[in-house]
Design a protein around this ligand. Structure first.
Ligand code: FE
Length: 165
C-alpha cells in the first residue's frame, strides 16, 4: 500500500467517524407526554387535528412569531398570516424553509402534504395550493402545535433557527 493510499484511507475513516458523530437524525429521546398538554400531544405527536374555529390562533392578530409548541423553533411570521375562512391559523409562507419538513399523508384516502417541525418532527398541519399571492400556498396549521411570541422576542427565534441555541 502506498503512502498516498494510506493517507486517503485515514482521511476517509476520520471523515466517516466525524459525520456519524454529528448525524442530525440522532435526536435525544424526549418524553413528550410530560412536556405537552394532552391536546398538544394528540396533535403534535399523534398527528391529530383540532376542530376548526376552536384553537387559540385562528382569529389571532397580534404582531410576532409563531413557534413550535413542542421545541420552540420559529415557524411562521404573523405578517404572513391571513384569514382563509377555514377556522385554522393560515399562512401563505413559512418563516424559513429549513424549519419545516413535508411528507405525503393518505389518511383521508387521497394525498395531502403534511407539515412537520424540522427540529422535533412534531405534526403541524398541511399545506394546500389554494393560498393567496405571492406564493399561492395555504399553510393550514393547528393552533395546538403553535405558541406565539411578540415581535420583540424575534431575536430569540432567529438564534434558534441559526442553530445557536
Ligand atoms: Fe418542534
Amino acid at each position: 500500500m502506498t503512502l498516498h493510499n494510506c493517507l486517503l484511507i485515514s482521511v476517509l475513516i476520520l471523515t466517516t467517524g466525524c459525520s456519524y458523530a454529528q448525524d442530525p437524525e440522532i435526536k435525544p429521546a424526549i418524553d413528550w407526554s410530560e412536556k405537552l398538554t394532552e391536546e398538544q400531544f394528540r396533535i403534535l405527536r399523534q398527528c391529530g387535528t383540532e376542530p376548526p374555529f376552536t384553537g387559540a390562533f385562528w382569529d389571532h392578530h397580534e404582531d410576532g412569531v409563531y413557534c413550535c409548541a413542542g421545541c420552540g423553533q420559529g415557524l411562521f411570521d404573523s405578517r404572513d398570516k391571513y384569514d382563509s375562512g377555514s377556522g385554522w391559523p393560515s399562512f401563505f409562507e413559512v418563516l424559513a424553509e429549513k424549519a419545516i419538513l413535508t411528507r405525503t399523508d393518505y389518511k383521508l384516502g387521497y394525498p395531502r402534504t403534511e407539515l412537520l417541525c424540522s427540529a422535533c418532527d412534531g405534526h403541524l398541519g398541511h399545506v394546500f395550493g389554494d393560498g393567496p399571492p405571492p406564493t399561492g400556498l395555504r399553510y393550514c396549521i393547528n393552533s395546538a402545535s403553535l405558541k406565539f411570541l411578540l415581535r420583540d422576542s424575534e431575536q430569540v427565534i432567529t438564534r434558534l433557527l441559526d442553530g445557536e441555541n
